[in-house]
Design a protein around this ligand. Structure first.
Ligand code: NZQ
Ligand code: ZN
Length: 385
């Protein structure tokens, strides 16, 4: 097992009715900005519960944070929040609202010229305004991690940043808040969370059986509960299990001491930036090709995953590797998520654009062995055509 430091200070308030408990988690007298998206929270009662819980605070609202949150929108929130001396934020929504709020809280205290430098120049966050979250979409794990992904419309860039200062102070996970999710978003959430686990698991063995089995537990839970959630999105227990599994997929708990390979996410973000394809769908396009392209280097873990998660136990090694990738594709497709670029009417010209952008950005050394270079990215994407 590799050396590691583990840190996760997020307090989780899980279960029905927990929104009412947030007032106790926010400093008395705080001036709060509640951030949210396009209005789903107004249609499912979450907004009313939040406002009731915050009735003794000064509250300002900032709405219309879009999916794949825009830098341009978030900077407007920063401007308003500074003028109104906001000192606590509450993000109510899915990964986009939570990520957007992480950007806002860091940008509020940013001392340089442009907070976008946190993405492009890796300027470290030195200070951030505290915030909590109320999650309405199990998928990203953003409610219990410190990462954030923001899109800059003017340059069509979708980039990430993170800091120990951008962990939420608390997150409410009430499964009832998910009852209004459209099937499309449930399917996206399952595939996103599933991929998060695979990127921390399908690398090479470092003799970490506990981390392996914890990763497999999350995968098996998503495999079982995901389709149930699609069938019955208002079943409390199903949504509770799905919600906690998605959080566990990317809250750091399965990550200590093992290598990780975030190249699928890194490459896939380009497809959202350029074509607006849902995040999870971009992962489903890139991951199978990446696994095939790197099957030799990832062989041991791929075979273990195939056996323990999909029951792939017969055939030659090559046959089992292919059957494992096929099982993963079949799972994604059973959720209505297509896995080819052509399914999204994206062609070779987009691959050229991504390669040019990676060259301009100096991208190199992706993957757990730092051996995925730009030429490899071209091959991987070409395999997804
Ligand atoms: O905007 P509203 O009206 O709220 O509607 C949203 C949005 O249209 C809707 N929705 C959310 N909860 C709902 C609901 N509709 C009905 N009922 C509910 N309970 O769902 C739509 C999508 O929401 P969004 O927040 O965009 O989805 P998701 O949670 O999948 O977040 C995706 C974003 O997170 C980033 C992605 O790149 C993408 O920008 N990621 C963040 C990560 C992190 N911070 O760790 C990791 C991930 O890999 C990912 O990159
Ligand atoms: Zn993701």
């Amino acid at each position: 097992m590799n050396n590691f430091t583990f840190y996760n200070p997020v307090k989780i308030l899980f279960g029905k009715g927990q929104i009412s408990a947030i007032a106790k988690e926010i400093p008395q007298g705080a001036r709060i900005m509640v951030t949210y998206g396009g209005g789903s929270i107004k249609r499912n009662g979450v907004y009313d519960q939040v406002m009731e819980a915050l009735k003794d605070f000064y509250v300002l609202e900032f709405s219309d944070i879009e999916p794949n949150p825009h830098y341009e929108t978030l900077m407007q929130a920063v401007d308003i929040a500074k003028r109104q001396q906001i000192d606590f934020f509450l993000a109510v929504g899915g990964g986009s609202v939570i990520d957007g709020t992480k950007f806002i809280v860091a940008a509020m205290e940013f001392e340089g010229e442009d907070p976008w430098d946190m993405m492009t120049k890796r300027t470290p966050v030195k200070k951030a305004v505290p915030f909590g979250t109320v999650l309405t979409l199990p998928a990203t794990g953003s409610e219990m991690n410190s990462g954030s992904v923001v899109t800059r419309v003017s340059t069509k860039e979708k980039l990430a940043f993170g800091s120990p200062l951008t962990f939420p102070k608390f997150s409410v996970l009430d499964p009832e808040a998910t009852f209004t999710l459209p099937v499309r978003q449930i399917c996206n959430g399952v595939v996103d969370a599933f991929t998060h686990v695979l990127e921390q698991y399908l690398t090479y063995p470092v003799n970490a059986p506990l981390q392996d089995r914890m990763a497999e537990a999350v995968l098996l839970t998503l495999k079982e509960e995901g389709p149930k959630a699609v069938q019955n999105p208002q079943d409390y227990d199903t949504m509770a299990n799905f919600m906690w599994a998605a959080t566990m997929a990317l809250n750091g708990v399965i990550r200590p001491g093992v290598p990780t390979d975030w190249s699928t996410h890194y490459i896939a973000h380009e497809l959202t930036a350029l074509h607006g394809i849902d995040h999870a769908r971009t992962l489903a396009i890139v991951l199978p090709s990446l696994l095939r392209y790197k099957s030799e280097q990832k062989k041991e873990k791929l075979l273990q995953y195939g056996s323990r998660v999909w029951g792939v136990n017969s055939g030659t090694e090559d046959e089992r590797l292919e059957a494992t990738v096929e099982a993963t594709i079949a799972f994604f497709e059973s959720l209505g998520i297509q896995t080819k670029l052509s399914d999204y009417e994206v062609g070779e010209d987009t691959i050229d654009t991504i390669i040019e952008r990676f060259e301009a950005r100096g991208v190199k050394d992706l993957g757990e062995r730092a051996d995925i270079q730009i030429a490899d990215v071209r091959q991987i994407l070409t395999m997804s055509l």
